[in-house]
Design a protein around this ligand. Structure first.
Ligand SMILES: Cc1ncc(C[n+]2csc(CCOP(=O)(O)OP(=O)(O)O)c2C)c(N)n1
Ligand code: SF4
Ligand SMILES: [Mg+2]
Length: 292
């Protein structure tokens, strides 16, 4: 999309957290373009299906390439793009259902490959687009259209899952903190490897968690979100796990794997340069790699 198509009529509800993520993503891309002297066409935004996935149509200003793909399969699409064009900045945008439910099986393989992309996850704890079914991050006992007597499953902890799956770079942020989120997305895009920016992005229509996240003194609600202290050692995986183990949600850079991060495409290029793998075998290897 070099130009926004006026025929698209995608909309978000007033107050939807995804607006904040949109502005942050636009700002992060603008900053990256200016600093690296790159054109917007150097970036591809790959979305699944969901209100969150509508991001590719909602973005304003200079338009990156956008793929509004398949529910749960944004990562395999990004894998294909990055394998063919490692020079591109590939950003995946997904909802909690898209990424953590149907798309969950793709996270660990891409973490092990260290695919050099940034995944921005808009977690609203619900399936928004399909009108309010429970997602993996919906709280226990919450009544939704698919959990009429309350959700019977425990809420998934995405951060513990990411840490366990070997994701080397994990940030937690809120959609209402646009400036900070823009900086976090920007930093994640600069990380040479698989990075996740997990955003609490409330759904004002089906699961409005703004006051739970930020707290509400008048109603006596303690904020769920709290800032990660500067003293947190981001390379300490145990400290990161300890921060996310409870019900509260730490905000900031949670984990960055110690040592140099070598992304998949660099490993492949180095192997080719050493002459250990002939071109034919590289192609064979790529063909045989299961897209999981
Ligand atoms: C393969 C497939 N399964 C199911 C659907 C129906 N579907 C579309 S969006 C969605 C869930 C959206 O929830 P989430 O990913 O959390 O995004 P949100 O709308 O909350 O941003 C589902 C189940 C689909 N489009 N494709
Ligand atoms: S249904 Fe929820 S997630 Fe979807 S646009 Fe409306 S507020 Fe946002
Ligand atoms: Mg959702």
């Amino acid at each position: 999309m070099a130009k926004r198509n006026p025929l698209y009529d995608f909309k978000w509800c007033p107050g939807c957290g995804d607006f904040g993520v949109k502005v942050a993503l636009e700002q992060a891309l603008a900053g990256r373009m200016a600093e690296k002297n790159q054109s917007i066409e150097n970036t591809v935004v790959v979305a699944g299906i969901g209100c969150s996935g509508n991001m590719v149509h909602m973005m304003e200003g200079p338009q990156p390439f956008g793929i509004h793909g398949i529910h749960g399969r944004a990562l395999p699409i990004a894998y294909g793009i990055k394998s063919a064009r490692p020079d591109l900045n590939v950003v995946v945008v997904c909802g909690d259902g898209d990424f953590l439910s149907i798309g969950n099986e793709h996270i660990a393989p891409q973490a092990r490959r260290n695919l050099d992309i940034t995944a921005v996850i808009m977690d609203n704890g619900i399936y928004g687009l399909t009108k309010g079914q429970a997602s993996p991050t919906t709280e226990l006992n919450v009544v939704t259209s698919t959990t009429r007597w309350g959700k019977l499953e425990e809420k998934m902890n995405p951060f513990l899952f990411y840490l366990g799956a070997g994701v080397p770079y994990i940030t937690s942020q809120m959609s209402s903190r646009v400036k900070e989120l823009a900086g976090d997305i920007r930093a994640a895009m600069d990380y040479p490897g698989f990075s996740i920016v997990h955003v609490q992005s409330p759904c004002t229509t089906y699961n409005d968690t703004y006051s739970l996240l930020k707290g509400d003194e008048k109603k006596g609600i303690e904020p769920l979100a709290f800032p990660i202290e500067d003293s947190h050692d981001v390379t300490d995986i145990t400290a990161a796990a300890d921060l996310v183990r409870g019900r509260r949600i730490p905000i900031g850079l949670l984990y960055k794997k110690a040592g140099e991060s070598v992304p998949l495409h660099q490993r492949l290029a180095e192997a080719k340069a050493k002459g250990n793998i002939e071109q034919a075998s590289v192609e064979k290897l790529l063909q045989s790699m299961v897209i999981a």
